[in-house]
Design a binder for this molecule. Structure first.
Ligand SMILES: *Cc1c(COP(=O)(O)O)cnc(C)c1O
Length: 337
């Protein structure tokens, strides 16, 4: 075996997962159906929110959340300057402009700074998209209060925050909508997949329509649909399916246990990194019980970076870096036209 002993992420598939998937395969119902609805109900109950709409990815959830929030050309949406590309991309899909707010920085806190968000609010600002980075909660209550005062929508990018809580309340449930990812490297990974949660019946209905070509829900949901369905707006094919939903429901049963283990391991890493020169522990002041502990983040000063990564590699521990160590190139249009 040549791979690292401790990879950045791995997905463990248990016998009960295989059994659940086999059952769905044998049912012959592979598209969105009862297994998807079952997961949506279970996840809504777990989050403590009214509606969950399962979709094909968190990126899709972010996009339809922006559409449902009425974001369009001319609008600005404030996003953190440290996140995954999907957050700002969702804004651009709507023709709006992402505006970057700074992160806090103190005590290794890489989450967006609410003061920096406030400073970035302008006449065109329509919404704010906070990201619970590495699974650590943003100052979401303060942010929601600020946005309430200014008449701004909050859409939470909770891709990394399945199992993150603020005063007992699930991350993703504070804003108009919260968006989650089930990509394999996330806390609850099954493959491509995501979900949008909301307490707004209007947003939920719109999201169900947008994930399915903009068709009116009843015809799209029954599947049999012998009648042509009404297409009432420009929608997408952003649907989930029962195969992945059955795997998700099976894995979901182990979520709390797995995250509890992540928290123990992060506590151990914090102790061990405390003794390493040139390394600052990410989110050092945050209580691990609030975090999904999606990533064990450390900040390394540039001169020590390759040395620290090599020491970890020697110990069989895989790492990734933000920004990547290799320089990225802009993509160009194909030539020869
Ligand atoms: C992974 C990730 C996404 C995108 O999730 P997909 O399900 O792969 O589309 C969006 N935002 C953040 C912060 C992420 O980490």
């Amino acid at each position: 075996m040549t791979g690292p002993q401790i990879p950045v992420f791995d997905v463990r598939v248990e016998p009960e997962d295989l059994a659940a998937v086999e059952l769905t395969l044998r049912s012959g119902r592979l598209r969105e159906g009862p297994r998807t609805e079952e997961f949506e109900r279970a996840f809504a109950e777990y989050l403590g929110c009214d509606h969950v709409v399962a979709v094909s990815s968190c990126t899709a959830a972010l996009h339809i959340a922006c559409v449902a929030a009425g974001i369009g050309p001319g609008d600005e949406v404030i996003v953190p300057s440290i996140t995954f590309a999907a957050t700002a991309n969702a804004v651009r899909y709507c023709g709006a402009r992402p505006v970057f707010a700074d992160v806090r920085g103190s005590d290794g806190d890489l989450n967006v700074d609410v003061d920096s968000i406030e400073a970035a609010i302008g006449d065109r600002t329509a919404a704010v998209m906070p990201v619970h980075f590495a699974g650590y909660p943003v100052e979401i209550e303060r942010l929601v209060a600020l946005c309430g005062d200014r008449g701004l929508v909050v859409i939470e990018d909770a891709a990394q925050a399945v199992c993150t809580r603020v005063d007992g309340r699930a991350a993703g449930t504070f804003g108009l909508a919260g968006c989650f990812s089930f990509f394999p490297n996330k806390v609850l990974g099954v493959g491509e997949g995501g979900a949008l949660c909301t307490n707004s019946t209007e947003v939920a209905e719109r999201a169900r329509r947008l994930r399915s070509w903009g068709m009116m829900a009843p015809a799209a949901a029954t599947g049999a649909a012998p009648e042509p369905a009404d297409v009432v707006e420009l929608g997408f094919n952003y649907r989930f399916d029962d195969l992945r939903a059955s795997l998700l429901t099976s894995r979901f049963a182990r979520l709390e246990r797995e995250v509890a283990r992540r928290r123990e391991l992060v506590a151990r890493y914090r102790d061990l990194f405390a003794e390493m020169d040139g390394v600052e522990i990410g989110f050092a002041a945050q209580d691990l019980a609030t975090s999904s502990c999606y990533l064990m983040a450390v900040l390394i000063d540039p001169d020590s970076r390759s040395g620290v990564r090599q020491r970890l590699r020697d110990a069989g521990i895989q790492t990734t870096a933000t920004p990547p160590s290799t320089s990225s190139r802009r993509t160009s249009r194909p030539s020869g036209r």
